[in-house]
Design a protein around this ligand. Structure first.
Ligand SMILES: *[C@@H]1O[C@H](CO)[C@@H](O)[C@H](O)[C@H]1NC(C)=O
Length: 508
């Protein structure tokens, strides 16, 4: 402060005044601009139910969107939600069976709310217009912090607990405030089905309808937005189930572009967040909004546990991967190309789909990608050590590498140290691989992005005999081989002999 100084020359005064005046002019402009923005955002957006002007050709012109367009996916098949699809069929499991539409609040002059139910998955994708989330009524950590700041934080703190009214939807009838859903709705359409903490069910349970004009928002989000709660957010397998659910939710609700994502959880920042950002448009944490936030169109993405990828671990259903081309020619609900469509979505998000990798794959020898298990800090409760599922992994890797060097055909053994590679590098390695070898571990989930001609060799310890990657291979129609170990020690000779057979099939 300058309070102690009493005498100034005119020159000094002027020199000190000029920046002040400039600052005041700037401040006045800034404040009026901020007011303008504030008034804009308080102004409710035009009613979505209002009929839109139609042209004679019935061509709708869409305003340019700030959201990313969907990439062109060669394996994309229409999302029809065909009610005649047999329940428990392959296509129904992979998300095309959300065919039972339940209108909770019909479209009218205010908001609306509806759910798309899949009997096969026992799950619903719900969506609404003029929907409000109030971060003050959601108890959990803020989320998005660097992991070093929150070491030791309990998992329960990172998961949402809702107070009544955490979710609100604007209704059409004046004077009615009450629960959005009738008793029994959740049991019928969003069953807990063994999930101890079913956060989507709890969010819906908190939901209220408010009369027109009583949706009080500090901010409006105009673009379609997915509300997502992650559980095992640092693990690639579980995160891929979340991505798959988010992708299916976007398709079932027919979103014109890639939506925004709002995490309704309080997890700290993890490397996989960058892939959320690559796949979708903007990504934010709900607790990071400064007040109640309103969505013109929100979609509640079901938990990853409700996807075929997860359900397949405990439920048996018949489902075989097939090419989109063969299904276009001859539809078969017991086959699916959805996992290939989704894998293409991932690689397209990193600009790798049209990169010529696939066509030039074998031009410089055959790549054998060895997916390694590495120590990494997964979450605030993690010790930084992964469990050993192949106790002599380095020895096996070295043996395979030196064997490959002595072969007549050119074999490049790639050391898949995924924890040290960016997502784009990991995906590129998967795409370039003719054979993927690995011990059972989340890194193998990248197989969803592998091309059809990729061959898989999984080394399975007796302690982790679970079907994750055999299933993914089957659902993608990849040739799959396994070596089942009596313990967690593998004989290098056995691995090499199996690899030699696989490579023989590739003309090597
Ligand atoms: C929280 O919001 C601020 C201001 O909008 C933004 O700069 C920041 O990146 C956000 N943080 C997270 C973790 O989303």
């Amino acid at each position: 402060m300058m309070a102690g100084r009493t005498t100034h020359s005119h020159g000094q005064r002027l020199r000190r005044l000029i920046p002040c005046v400039l600052f005041i002019v700037f401040a006045v402009h800034a404040v009026s601009f901020a007011l303008y923005l504030l008034l804009q955002s308080h102004h409710p957006p035009p009613n979505p139910a209002e009929p839109e002007p139609q042209t004679h050709e019935s061509v709708r012109l869409r305003a340019p969107s700030s959201q990313k367009p969907w990439p062109r996916l060669p394996s994309l098949l229409p999302w029809t939600a065909d009610p005649s699809l047999p329940p428990r069929s392959c296509e129904a499991y992979f998300g095309n069976g959300f065919s039972r539409r339940v209108d909770v609040l019909p479209e009218g002059r205010g908001g609306w709310f509806r759910c798309h139910h899949s009997e096969t998955l026992g799950s619903s994708i719900c969506e609404g217009a003029r929907v409000r989330l109030d971060p003050a009524l959601i108890a959990m950590s803020r989320g998005g912090e660097p992991i070093g700041q929150v070491m030791g934080r309990a998992e329960e703190e990172e998961l949402p607990r809702y107070e009544p009214g955490a979710l609100e939807v604007e209704g059409v009838a004046a004077g009615r405030t009450g629960p959005l859903l009738e008793p029994g709705f959740l049991d019928a359409y969003v069953p807990a089905d063994g999930i101890g903490m079913h956060t989507m069910r709890a969010l819906l349970d908190s939901a209220r309808v408010v009369p027109p004009g009583e949706l009080h928002c500090s901010q409006w989000v105009e673009e379609p937005t997915l509300l997502v709660t992650r559980f095992e957010y640092a693990n690639l397998f579980h995160t891929i189930t979340d991505w798959y659910s988010a992708y299916v939710s976007s398709r079932v609700t027919n979103l014109p572009d890639r939506p925004n994502v709002v995490f309704v959880d309080g997890h700290c920042k993890a490397p996989l967040e960058q892939t959320w950002e690559a796949l979708f448009s903007n990504v934010a944490y709900v607790k990071n909004f400064s007040g109640p936030v309103c969505f013109r169109h929100a979609v509640l993405s079901p938990l990853g546990y409700e996807t075929a990828l997860f359900k397949g671990l405990s439920e048996s259903f018949s489902c075989e991967g097939a090419s989109a081309r063969s299904l276009r020619e001859k539809p078969d609900p017991q086959k699916t190309a959805r996992l290939s469509e989704f894998g293409e979505m991932i690689i397209a998000s990193f600009g790798l789909l049209d990169d010529g990798i696939v066509s030039s794959k074998t031009s410089d020898g055959l790549n054998v990608l060895f997916v390694r298990r590495e120590d990494y800090l997964a979450h605030p409760r993690h010790s930084g050590k992964v469990e050993s599922r192949l106790s002599n992994e380095q020895e096996v890797f070295d043996a395979v590498d030196s064997w490959a060097k002595g072969q007549k055909c050119k074999i490049n053994v790639v050391n898949g140290l995924f924890a040290h590679m960016s997502m784009k590098e990991q995906l590129r390695a998967i795409l370039e691989a003719s054979v993927v070898i690995g011990a059972h571990g989340a890194g193998m989930t990248h197989l969803v992005s592998a091309t059809r001609d990729t061959k898989v060799l999984e080394i399975i310890s007796s302690l982790y005999r679970r079907p994750h990657f055999a299933l993914i291979s089957h659902w993608k129609a990849l040739e799959y081989h396994a070596i089942n170990l009596p313990g967690s020690y593998a004989s290098s000779a056995d691995v090499i002999s199996e690899l030699r057979n696989i490579l023989k099939g590739l003309g090597c």
